[in-house]
Design a binder for this molecule. Structure first.
Ligand SMILES: Cc1cc2nc3c(=O)[nH]c(=O)nc-3n(C[C@H](O)[C@H](O)[C@H](O)COP(=O)(O)OP(=O)(O)OC[C@H]3O[C@@H](n4cnc5c(N)ncnc54)[C@H](O)[C@@H]3O)c2cc1C
Length: 414
């Protein structure tokens, strides 16, 4: 393979989803030279080009916002220039303890969030390499020397002191020999579109965010697999042929659903550019979060996470879910952090993905500054920095409910 050139930087981030964007931003704010490699032509990953334009809750379901720092910055950014669906009660700060209140969450314009992210990262000095895919890693004895990337110019190398894998699929970790675990994926494929009815609703409401869009689906399966065809194996997002089969099957299914409808009354405005897979591959980290960890305090916590799908649960994200001993200059961020069963779900949605990106960006900068392996940095220094930037490292016991038996009620998989 002909290598046409080599770039150098302090920190290379692979993948420009919300986690990679957060990691790159935090690293560049630490004064580091940062290159972000993104295989598509937009930032935001599943949260934009994957058409998942819903920011899961950041509150404790008891009237207090828990997740702040860069999570809050991205939450505000995703709605600043487009519509929002933030409940009225959250528009002016915490409404206070009231278990009946709606959660602090919102829909947003996927395209406008993607534009806003690009503007922010470029403005702050991140070197963004769009339309560039990472194809290989040169790693020896747990240390990555460089990655190979491919774009219109051909193959080139990026050498860095530290690497963040925010690829959503743990591509870099797998190529560098870090132990990983693979998941399986239900059949989800939905597109964005409009109908005359949805447009009329938006006009009536004077608000494009209020039912202005209409969903169009191929395979459409819920979070826990309801509706997944019995005879269909789970999709494997780490197998190239399976990914192609997923797109062909679902694009044809969607086409067959709509092709006989009245063509003048509806349009599909955007198809997902990446597979809508939740859990493809993740790091087998120093620690693996499970639902048993609800309400536990971790000494090495990098921030508090709320459960998006069940009220009241609070988790702390241990640093151990981001790293693996024996690998001194690579860290995981986003939906590839180490959790199992529903514990993986806890870590992978948009707010925790941003939190882990924030932590990964800060940790890589700290490792360089203190000349430490990424696994050996002083966690108390990292925690102090994240706390200073608004992250709730440990949750306040007063913010969790007294009744903690709910876990059994929900019978969540570990
Ligand atoms: C069906 C479905 C519904 C969901 N619903 C919600 C929801 O309602 N709310 C919510 O908060 N979360 C939801 N999620 C989860 C959430 O969208 C994702 O987990 C989160 O956005 C992941 O962010 P990330 O940055 O870790 O990864 P990704 O968004 O996957 O970003 C990874 C980026 O890396 C790039 N990349 C990948 N490989 C390479 C490579 N080799 N070289 C260069 N670039 C590469 C990709 O192009 C992508 O931009 C849902 C997910 C799915 C699949």
């Amino acid at each position: 393979m002909k290598i046409i050139g080599t770039k150098t930087c302090d920190i290379a981030v692979v993948g420009g989803g919300v986690a990679g964007a957060a990691a790159a931003l935090e690293a560049v704010r630490s004064g580091k030279k940062v290159i972000l490699v993104e295989k598509t032509t937009q930032l935001g990953g599943l949260g934009t080009i994957g058409l998942i334009n819903f920011f899961e809750p950041v509150d404790n379901a008891r009237g207090v916002q828990i997740m702040k720092g860069m999570v809050d910055e991205f939450l505000r950014l995703c709605v600043r220039h487009g519509y929002d669906t933030i409940p009225e009660m959250w528009q002016n700060g915490d409404p206070g303890l009231d278990e009946t209140k709606r959660r602090f969450q919102t829909g947003y314009s996927a395209a406008i969030f993607s534009l806003a992210l690009c503007d922010l990262l470029a403005d702050e000095g991140v070197e963004i390499m769009f339309d560039t895919v990472m194809t290989d890693a040169d790693a020896t004895d747990g240390h990555i020397d460089s990655i190979t990337v491919f774009n219109k110019s051909g193959h080139s190398l990026i050498k860095a002191n530290m690497f963040v894998d925010a690829s959503g699929d743990a591509d870099l970790l797998a190529m560098a020999g870090v132990p990983t675990v693979t998941g399986g994926n239900y059949d989800s494929y939905f597109a964005h579109g409009v109908t005359l009815e949805s447009l009329q609703n938006a006009i009536n409401e004077g608000n494009i965010g209020k039912r202005g869009a209409s969903g169009f689906a191929g395979g459409c399966v819920g979070l826990y697999g309801t509706g997944h065809p019995e005879d269909m194996p789970l999709w494997d997002g780490t197998d190239g042929e399976d990914v192609s089969r997923y797109f062909i099957k679902n694009q044809r299914q969607l086409f067959n659903r709509i092709k006989d409808q009245d063509r003048m009354t509806r349009d599909i405005t955007c198809l997902p550019i990446m597979p809508q897979f939740r859990t493809t591959r993740r790091i087998d980290g120093n620690y693996t979060l499970t639902t048993e960890d609800a309400y536990k305090h971790f000494e090495d916590s990098v921030g508090t996470v709320v459960d998006f799908n069940h009220r009241y649960f609070l988790y702390e994200m241990p640093y151990g879910v981001l790293v693996r001993n024996g690998f001194d200059n690579v860290i995981a961020a986003g939906r590839i952090t180490s959790g199992s069963g529903y514990g993986w779900d806890i870590l992978r949605v948009i707010p925790p993905a941003i939190l882990s990106g924030h932590a990964a960006g800060a940790a890589t900068a700290q490792a360089i500054d203190t000349e430490k392996a990424i696994t050996d940095i002083d966690i108390s220094v990292l925690q102090a920095r994240l706390a200073n930037e608004g992250v709730a490292i440990h949750f306040d016991e007063a913010l969790a409910p007294e009744d903690r038996t709910l876990l059994e009620k929900f019978k969540l998989g570990h």
